[in-house]
Design a protein around this ligand. Sequence first.
Ligand SMILES: O=P(O)(O)OC[C@H]1O[C@H](O[C@H]2O[C@H](CO)[C@@H](O)[C@H](O)[C@H]2O)[C@H](O)[C@@H](O)[C@@H]1O
Length: 376
Amino acid sequence: MTNQNVIVSDRKPILGLKTITVSVSNSALFSSPPTYFTFPRRKFLKLLEAADKNNSKNNLGAGKIASWVDSMRDSSPTRLRSSSHDSFSDNDDQTSWIVRFPSALSMFDEIVNAAKGKQIVMFLDYDGTLSPIVEDPDKAYITHEMREVVKDVALNFPTAIVTGRSITKVRSFVKLNEIYYAGSHGMDIEGPTNETNYGGSNQGVLFQPASEFVPMIEKVVKILQEKTKWIPGAMVENNKFCLSVHFRRVDEKRWAALAEQVKSVLIDYPKLKLTQGRKVLEIRPTIKWDKGQALSFLLNSLGFENSEDVVPVYIGDDRTDEDAFKVLRERGQGFGILVSKVPKETNASYSLQDPSQVNEFLKRLAEWKRKAVGKK
Ligand SMILES: O=P(O)(O)OC[C@H]1O[C@H](O[C@H]2O[C@H](CO)[C@@H](O)[C@H](O)[C@H]2O)[C@H](O)[C@@H](O)[C@@H]1O
């Protein structure tokens, strides 16, 4: 395998650069010193697409608060509704969903057969995938068992956690050095920091396409904290290159008021846009960079840009994970696995019901790899 780790070493705002200096170090398996080369700025800009040309496109649009609240009520990704019913309660519909998106556990043999002679690369969302959704975002802990299984997977395959959270926050939960982290919806990418795995010695920051937005995000966090402090249960979370306004603990009667506050702030920040997750309004830069772009970036940096020899497996539960599922479909490679108990609109191929099934799937994958290479 031609593992390569691309390190963007220049931390200046990338949009302002003519070229981007990158250091490439072969993996620890081929421990050689890093070499440096320069990427044409255009190549990165293709991936990045400059901030939205049209200010009115930051998802505020004609935006009636009532329609915001409607979509706040929706699950994430959007729950499928059967043609004949308002809600998806029909067993037949549930059955047809599981036929279209079978359990990754029941499809395990197909997945590993497709990976024979190829390199699996694992991508894992955090909230709702590795840790169950809980009321308090600061208490979304990963279990000891899940940590151990993720570590085991990471020792067998290149593994990344791709999350909307800041890397600092997700690291404080996961506490593993063997993995890649793509925080802030992929806008902050770091390599493994242990000495023994793919990254070699202390890789640190690989890519930060939105670094110029950090001061703006800090400012907006403060403004929104101030503007929402009278709404019981509202919480603003600083995710470094983006931010979250949580309403899981806000009385539904106050959702419109919360949306109004968010909208009033965003109007002054046309370079920020609004997206939605699970009971959360997410505010992020209007650059075209998402979890799907982060997945491509990591595959490229591992040396799989145009390779047929890779099987990326992405497991996630949220609307933002759909960007990554879409990239896999476009590449015609790998498997997107949606974590959900109920039918949802998705670009994934398979499903798992909850983090405990994710745990089981990961455990089987690591065991399969050990058997395949004849380890105990
Ligand atoms: O990409 P992810 O790792 O799924 O992160 C998305 C958001 O996850 C967190 O919020 C969600 O989980 C919380 C804890 O279970 C829950 O209380 C909240 O309602 C969910 O939306 C995180 O706090 C956000 O910042 C992330 O954007």
